[in-house]
Design a protein around this ligand. Sequence first.
Ligand code: AP5
Ligand code: MG
Ligand code: ZN
Length: 212
Amino acid sequence: MKIILVGPPGSGKGTQAGHIASMFGVNSVSSGDLFRDNLAKNTELGKLAKDFMDKGEYVPDEVTIDMVMGWIEDPTHSSGFVLDGFPRTLAQAEALESRLLGSGGIDRVLFFNVDEEALVDRLSGRLICRGCHMPYHIKFSPPLITDQCNSCGGGLYQRDDDKVEVIRNRFKVYMQETEPLVKHFRESGNLREIDASMGINDVKRAIERAVR
Ligand code: AP5
Ligand code: MG
Ligand code: ZN
C-alpha cells in the first residue's frame, strides 16, 4: 500500500501518519522530519534546508526528490509506505509517479482539508517530540506528563517555523505550490478528501473509512 498525505501546514498529517501506516503494516515518513534529522546531525543537506524552512519556503525540488527517493529505495520500505508532505510540487509528483510506474503507482492520496484560521491555533500550540517527532498540542492533544512524549519519553520542543509570521508564509506557499496538485491527484481518481477540521479522533475515523 502506497499512500500520500497532502494538506496545508498543521492540517494533522503528522498526527495521523503513524496510525495509517500501522493499519497497513508499513512505515511512514515526513519529508520535513527528514530535513530536521539532517539538521540535528549538522549535515550539508540539513544546513541548506534550514535557510528555506526558517522562512517557510520550500526546499528546492532536486535535493528534496533525491532525499525522499533514498528513503523509498530502502529495502525495508519496498512493501509500501505513507509519505507525509511529499510530493508538494508538480515536479515532485512526476518524479514519484515515474519511480512507481513498475510497482502499481500510488494507491491513495488523502487530502487533509482545513481552512487557514484553524491552522494558526494548531501550530502556535504545537509541541514536537525530539525522539520520535510525534506532534502534541497544549490544548488539543496534551502529553500525559508535561513536556514528555507518551510513546518514547523524549523531550518536547517548539519548531522554529511555528511562529505566526512564518506560519502565514507556509500557508501562502502551500496555496501557490501544492494546492494545484490536489486537482492533479483528483484527476487520477485515487484522491479522498478528509474533513480535517474535525477533532483528532473524528479525523482518524474518517481516514479509516476512506482507505478501506
Ligand atoms: P513539514 O514538517 O512537513 O511541515 P508542514 O507541511 O508545514 O506540516 P506540519 O508538520 O506543520 O503539519 P502537520 O500537517 O503534520 O500537522 P500536525 O499533525 O503536526 O515541512 C516543514 C518544512 O520542510 C517546509 O516548510 C519546507 O521548508 C520543508 N519541506 C518539507 N517537505 C518538503 C517538500 N516535499 N518539498 C519542499 N520542501 C519541503 O498537527 C499540527 C498541530 O495540530 C499539532 O499540535 C497537533 O497536535 C494538532 N492537531 C492535529 N490534528 C488536529 C485536529 N484534528 N484537531 C485539533 N488539533 C489537531
Ligand atoms: Mg508534520
Ligand atoms: Zn517520542
